[in-house]
Ligand binder design. Structure first.
Ligand code: CP3
Length: 334
C-alpha cells in the first residue's frame, strides 16, 4: 500500500508531502515539452509525454506522491465540448450543447480518455511502490463554471448563464456525477491509488444552492469512492466556515484546506478526516523567511494529527523551483 493511501485509510500520522500543480509551468523541464506541444489537450492525451511530465517533480524533488498530468476539463472535452487553452488566458470552451452532452455514452467517453489511463499505467511503472499516484477530477459545479462560462476574469459569477429548468439542471449534474465516477474508476483501475476531487470554485456558489451544487454532488462521488474502497481527498476551495458542514455531510477521507482557512480553526472543527495543505502558494514568492514562517504555522499546528503537507491552492507559474526545494527540505527536517 502506498504511504498516502495508508494515511487516508488508517488515519495515521506519517510525513508526506506533495503539491497541487507540482507538474507544470514553474518547471523548466515542463516548459521545454510545452513549447513543442502547443495544443494542451493533445499534450494531456499524449501518454508518453504526460506520464513523463507526471514524473518530473518526483525526479527533481523526490516528492511522496505523483499526480497524473491531465486536466479537470478532460471530462467536458470527452462529453463533446471543444476545449482550448489560450496562452495566459485560461481555458476556452465552445458553447454547451445540451443534446450532445446528454447523448454521449460511456463507450465514447472512455475511448476519448483512454490515453489518460495509458499514461497512468506508464507513470505507475516509473514510481516506487511506496509512492502514491494521485488521479483527480473536477467536481460537477467547478466543471459547470467552465462549461457555461459562468465566471469572468475577475472571478465574478454570472449565474444567469446557468438558468435551466430545475429538471434539466438535475440531469446535467447527475450526468456529471456519473461520468466523474466513471473516470475515477478507470483511473484507479489503471493504477492510481488515491483520487483528489477539485471543487475550485465552490466558494462562488450562491448560498441557497450550496447544498445542491456542492455538498450533494461531492457526497455522491465520495460515497461511490467509499463503496469501491478508493481513498479520496476533497478540496472545496473558498467555502470558508462551511468547511465544517462540508466535512459532516460529505465525509471524505481527506480534506484539503485553502489558504483562507485558519489552521487552528481547522484542527478544532474538522474532525474524523485527514487534513491536507493550507499554505498560501504566494508565500513561495516572498522571502525565504516569510515562506518558512508561513509553513511553520501549519506544520506546528498539525504536528500531532494526521496531516499531508501541501499548499492552499496550486503552485504558481512564477515559483522558483529552488525555493520549493528549500520548503520541502524544511518540512522533512522539521
Ligand atoms: O500537477 C498537477 O497538479 C497535475 C496537473 C493539473 C493541471 N490542472 C495541469 C494544468 C491539475 C491537477 C489541474 C487541475 C485543474 N485544472 C483545476 C483544479 C485545480 C485549481 O487550480 O483550482 C482547474 C480549475 C483547472 C482548469 C484549468 N487548466 C485552468 C483554469 C487552466 C489555465 C490557467 C491555470 O491555472 O494554469 C488550466 C491549464 C493547465 N492545467 C496548465 C497545467 C499545467 C497550464 C497549461 C499551460 O501550460 O498553459
Amino acid at each position: 500500500m502506498s504511504n498516502l493511501k495508508k494515511i487516508l485509510v488508517n488515519r495515521i500520522s506519517c510525513k508526506h508531502v506533495w503539491f497541487m500543480r507540482q507538474a507544470g509551468r514553474y518547471l523548466p523541464e515542463f516548459r521545454k515539452i510545452r513549447k513543442k506541444n502547443k495544443n494542451f489537450i493533445k499534450l494531456c492525451l499524449n501518454s508518453k509525454l504526460s506520464s513523463e511530465i507526471t514524473l518530473q517533480p518526483i525526479k527533481r524533488f523526490n516528492l511522496d506522491s505523483a499526480i497524473i498530468f491531465s486536466d479537470i476539463l478532460m471530462i467536458p472535452y470527452a462529453l463533446g465540448q471543444k476545449v482550448e487553452f489560450e496562452k495566459n488566458r485560461g481555458p476556452k470552451l465552445n458553447k454547451f450543447n445540451y443534446k450532445t452532452f446528454l447523448e454521449t455514452g460511456e463507450t465514447d467517453f472512455l475511448k476519448k480518455l483512454n490515453p489518460i489511463y495509458k499514461a497512468i499505467k506508464k507513470a505507475r511503472r516509473g514510481l516506487k511502490k511506496e509512492k502514491s499516484l494521485i488521479c483527480f477530477i473536477g467536481a460537477p459545479w467547478t466543471l459547470i463554471v467552465y462549461m457555461f462560462h459562468l465566471k469572468n476574469s475577475n472571478d465574478n459569477l454570472n449565474i444567469k448563464r446557468f438558468r435551466y429548468k430545475k429538471g434539466d439542471i438535475d440531469k446535467i449534474i447527475n450526468k456529471l456525477i456519473k461520468f466523474c465516477c466513471l473516470h475515477i474508476k478507470n483511473q484507479i483501475n489503471a493504477g492510481a491509488d488515491v483520487v483528489q476531487i477539485f471543487d475550485s470554485w465552490a466558494g462562488l456558489i450562491p448560498i441557497n444552492e450550496v447544498n445542491a451544487y456542492c455538498y450533494l454532488p461531492n457526497a455522491k462521488i465520495v460515497k461511490f469512492c467509499k463503496k469501491n474502497k478508493i481513498p479520496n481527498i476533497c478540496f472545496p476551495k473558498g467555502i470558508k466556515k462551511r468547511y465544517e458542514r462540508f466535512n459532516k455531510v460529505v465525509k471524505p477521507d481527506g480534506l484539503s484546506i485553502d489558504f483562507k482557512i485558519d489552521p487552528m480553526w481547522a484542527k478544532k472543527k474538522l474532525k474524523g478526516v485527514v487534513l491536507q495543505g493550507g499554505l498560501d502558494p504566494r508565500k513561495l514568492l516572498s522571502s525565504e523567511e516569510e515562506m518558512i514562517k508561513g509553513a511553520t504555522k501549519y506544520i506546528e499546528t498539525f504536528k500531532d494529527i494526521p496531516y499531508v503537507f501541501n499548499l492552499g491552492h496550486g503552485l504558481l507559474p512564477e515559483t522558483d523551483p529552488g525555493k520549493l526545494k528549500k520548503l520541502i527540505k524544511f518540512y522533512r527536517n522539521f
